[in-house]
Design a protein around this ligand. Sequence first.
Ligand SMILES: CSCCC(=O)C(=O)COP(=O)(O)O
Ligand SMILES: [Mg+2]
Length: 231
Amino acid sequence: MSSLRLILLDIEGTTLPISFVQKVLFPYAERTLPTLLREQADSPAVRVALGDIEREFPGRDPLAQLQDWMAHDVKAAPLKTLQGLAWRSGFESGELRADLYPDVSPALKAWHDSGLRLAVYSSGSADAQRLLYGYSSNGDLTPLFEAFYDLDIGGKKVAESYTEIASRAGLAPQEILFLSDVGAELDAAQEAGCATCQLIRPEDGTKPAPGFRHAADLLEVATQFGLPISS
Ligand SMILES: CSCCC(=O)C(=O)COP(=O)(O)O
Ligand SMILES: [Mg+2]
């Protein structure tokens, strides 16, 4: 029997195709960010994000910096906050729907129904994570998750972030299985003591990182770790 109590999931490249992020989400944010920065300039979240950019890149046009980050898929906290704000109207109006990998919803439901705990850990802001799972093509999946962790808890390539997540969940790291497509994130989780598995999604062209278990989808994760499989 598995000693795992909580499955911690990355999003991009793990439950959501990288192509969806690059071809749908990022262009939507790029189109809507100029208006958002103008119209919500006084909102505290926008002010903090712009202030962070100004501190890191004094004198730089913030929009140009945001566009540079998006072009290189840099997981910068101010960008992630502002993208989350930009996507809100798209998800709420029905213009955006998250097309998760088809194996994701059945696996999450089977794991949740069996009593396993589920949480998200993504560079996308916690608000954006809730939108994405709240407005997915498979309906609202947010009730399946007990927590949504983002970069506020620390970087995904830093072992202490996983120690902190384990502590907040009231679990030993060994009771957590972290699923991600990125080797450096799995390295950090493994250093903290978590079980790990790298998702090698053929559609994303993920390269297998040495030293980890690999799976092509969540069904294969379930088989490898003795987790329930949807009927
Ligand atoms: C709500 S997450 C949207 C995708 C995104 O912007 C992102 O940075 C995801 O990165 P991850 O850490 O999930 O690989
Ligand atoms: Mg990822």
